[in-house]
Design a protein around this ligand. Structure first.
Ligand code: MTE
Ligand code: MO
Length: 315
């Protein structure tokens, strides 16, 4: 297993920063609107009946040497309760889900609130491939090559105010399109939250693709969160709202079963779910179980966020 350590992460951030500045420089001198940077992608999205390739994806230094979970498993074994509670439901029921046009409202304690069209939200940022483990609270895991942008870059653009301490994310609420929302398995819409410093961590991304392709609907198209050191349910799909707040939001899973699903939900082999152990996990496609790693294997990068906290209490 190779997870590059913190110094490398920082150097990648510097690269990000440079690239970003250069792109801005280019856009200024060329006197074109930001959306033009997206022009290469627009046709691909317009044509995305199947899964079209995303252009200009660069590899990130944040990577793993775990074998990738095959595309077929990543796109047919899903948790997306808006489209049904069986693992095979989302691939079937989300086929005709409309992801264009798509708007994300960013509001709350920010200087630049607004309704951001998906294209405008993503265009100013370089698309990066990040191979991450996804560890479901149900004790299975996958290894997925996401394509996305750092969440921190998006948050910095809208300029969080001093009082902002948390970020709340909301999934689309549209029972007409989402048959699962006609049933009360959760209080809809699906809501998740992060502490602001977790959201600003360089490992937190907004994913718009996987395997170099436009994100399939069942995986949370057109844009979903991926926070690789937390249980999969924190990685909320099909996001329409991002709100910066002073108070800790209540996530949907916390609201439905607080003793089972805490706000932090960090992957932790030492804190069992009340109904099952979290010490081991089944990697989809493998026969023998693996040991679950603290923070899903990202302890070098994220343990510092929780220094001094009792992780049995803040589960
Ligand atoms: N809106 C929404 N987001 C969601 C879910 C969901 O039911 N609804 N399921 C979560 C759970 S439990 C997991 S494990 C991951 C699964 O992501 P994947 O299907 O892309 O592997 O999505 C998370 N995000
Ligand atoms: Mo999950």
């Amino acid at each position: 297993m190779v997870i590059r350590r913190a110094p490398d992460l920082r150097s990648s951030e510097i690269t990000d920063e440079k690239l970003y500045l250069r792109r801005r420089e280019f856009m200024k001198t060329a006197a074109v609107p930001a959306v033009a940077a997206w022009a290469g992608l627009a046709p691909a999205l317009a044509l995305a009946s199947g899964q079209d390739a995303l252009p200009n994806v660069r590899k990130s230094v944040v990577t793993l040497d775990d074998a990738l979970t095959p595309w077929a498993d990543v796109t047919t074994y899903n948790n997306f309760y808006e489209f049904g509670t069986d693992k095979s439901d989302p691939a079937r029921n989300a086929k005709h889900f409309r992801t264009k046009p798509w708007t994300v409202r960013i509001d709350g304690l920010v200087n630049k609130p607004g309704d951001y069209h998906f294209e405008d939200l993503v265009a100013p940022h370089a698309l990066e491939e990040r191979v991450y483990r996804l560890r479901c609270v149900e004790a299975w895991s996958m290894v997925i090559p996401w394509v996305g942008i750092p969440l921190k870059d998006v948050l910095k653009r809208v300029e969080p105010q001093g009082g902002a301490k948390f970020v709340e994310f909301t999934t689309l609420h549209d029972p007409k399109q989402m048959p699962g929302q006609r049933i009360g398995v959760l209080d809809w819409p699906y809501v998740e939250g992060l502490r602001l410093d977790e959201a600003l961590h360089p490992l937190s991304i907004l994913a718009v693709g996987l395997y170099g392709k436009v994100l399939p609907n069942q995986n949370g198209a057109p844009i979903r969160l991926v926070v690789p050191w937390k249980y999969g349910f924190k990685s909320i799909k099909s996001i329409v709202g991002i709100r910066l707040a002073a108070k800790q939001p209540v996530s949907s899973w916390q609201a439905s079963a607080p003793q089972e699903y805490g706000f932090y939900s960090n992957v932790n082999p030492d804190v069992d779910h009340p109904r099952w152990s979290q010490a081991r996990e089944r990697r989809i496609g493998e026969f023998l179980k693996r040991k679950t790693l603290m923070f899903n294997g990202y302890a070098d990068q994220v343990a510092g966020l929780y220094a001094g906290m009792d992780l049995k209490k803040f589960y």
